[in-house]
Write a protein that binds this ligand. Structure first.
Ligand code: PMP
Ligand code: GLN
Length: 397
């Protein structure tokens, strides 16, 4: 009998695939896996189909089509004020997922330690394990009030460092907590990176999806002393509601870029050529679409958040991303489920109430932090959210 390689055995099927399959089986409204139920902008799709019609259908350059590398450089300049070289500092990948895998595989030696903040996005664990690395966690503690952020204790971060630590992974805005790391927090992380000579690997796929003007997205690469020790990863999917395109990128110094490309050239070599042309159009002309998306997402967040609060969930209001974390203790009690069982709660919610959410304990090493929490995606049409809320009202009885 074929047996899955040992390195993957701890992981099983991803929770996103599992919950979407369960949602489909029960005809539930899928607020579990984070993908919009509306399409990306027409002019951006047209740019990709035009590239296909023009015959841009063969392999792209390993590092990305020149137009996309240039568009990433221009956007980085607009967002950070910094100049980078598109040829030696930008690598186009198949989504941020591949950028993460290429970064871990290109940088981490067996036995190296990598620090993650928990709850973490699930593919970080598998990526580090594929490289033979070992992950260590620092907990983002659940706030005690609805508008306060998840926070870490800087002493926990300092304690997690050993002489084997190679890198710290940051994800801001953060999935699943909706946290946007503040300048003060990023400075604390940067100080640790500089003091211990560590690399910062920063996943910024939700960089444009923030809701609080007082808490803007900041790239840690822009903090003093960090440009040459940071690999900044992002992708097109969230910003332009094109999650199925899987176009991502890594921005780093020339030296760190060589590490990423060492792996990227053998993982996929290059990403879809016509979609890269579409991505270049998105980054160059897509700004009005982003403003519209953020307006819509703000309304969606407010609607779903208030509805969940009305149903007895404790909502932790996100400053970014398109996810709401909510404590399900009270609704679980009404359903006769242990408040410490996020998996049972999300399964019941999907099968019996008809709304799918993501149980979060799988995103923690210290499972007890995640057990009271469920994650709801609000990147959905208002109609879809209304249908979900109608079904969730059964939780009142
Ligand atoms: N990082 C985070 C935090 C995510 O939520 C996602 C969502 N899919 C990814 C990376 C992967 O991005 P992509 O779809 O571009 O591979
Ligand atoms: N990033 C998406 C989420 O958090 C899931 C993507 C996936 O299914 N791999 O819901």
């Amino acid at each position: 009998m074929p047996t899955t390689a040992a390195r993957f055995q701890p992981f099983g099927l991803t929770i996103f695939a599992e919950m979407t399959a369960l949602a489909n089986k029960h005809g539930a409204v899928n607020l579990a896996q984070g993908f919009p139920d509306f399409d990306g902008p027409e002019p951006i799709k047209a740019a990709a189909t035009a590239a296909m019609a023009r015959g841009q259908n063969q392999y792209a350059r390993m590092q990305g089509v020149p137009e996309l590398n240039a568009a990433i450089v221009a956007r980085w300049k607009a967002q950070t004020g910094r100049d980078i070289d598109g040829e030696s500092q930008v690598t186009v990948t198949s989504g941020c997922t591949e950028a993460l895998a290429a970064t871990f595989l290109g940088l981490i030696n067996p036995g190296d330690e990598v620090i993650l903040f928990e709850p973490y996005y699930d593919c970080y664990l598998a990526g580090i394990a594929m490289a033979g690395g070992i992950h260590k966690v620092v907990t983002l503690r659940t706030p005690t009030s609805p508008h306060a952020p998840f926070t870490f204790d800087p002493d926990d971060l300092r304690r997690a460092i050993t002489n084997k630590t190679r890198a710290i992974v940051i994800n801001t805005p953060n999935n699943p907590t909706g946290k946007v790391f503040s300048r003060e927090e990023l400075t604390q992380i940067a100080d640790v990176c500089i003091k211990h000579n560590l690399i910062a690997i920063t996943d910024e796929v939700y960089e444009r999806l923030t809701f609080d003007p007082g808490l803007p997205h900041i790239s840690i690469a822009t903090l003093p002393g960090m440009a040459d020790r940071t690999i900044t990863l992002s992708s097109l999917g969230k910003t332009f509601s094109l999650t199925g395109w899987k176009i991502g990128w890594a921005i780093a110094s020339r030296e760190l870029t060589q590490c990423v490309r060492a792996a990227h050239q053998f993982l996929t070599f290059c990403s879809s050529t016509p979609l890269q042309h579409g991505a270049a159009a998105a980054l160059t002309h897509g700004e009005p679409h982003i403003a519209e998306l953020v307006r819509d997402l703000t309304a969606a967040r407010d609607y779903l958040g208030r509805a969940l609060e009305g149903l007895g969930f404790r909502v932790f209001w996100p400053a970014g991303t398109y996810f709401i974390m909510a404590d399900h203790t009270e609704p679980s009690r009404r359903l006769g489920i242990s408040p410490a069982d996020d998996v049972a709660f999300c399964r019941r919610l999907t099968a019996d109430i008809g709304v799918a959410a993501i149980p979060t304990s799988g995103f923690y090493d210290n499972k007890h932090w995640g057990r009271p929490l469920a994650r709801f995606a609000f990147c959905k049409k208002m109609d879809t959210l209304q249908r979900a809320v109608e079904r969730l009202s059964k939780l009142r009885q």
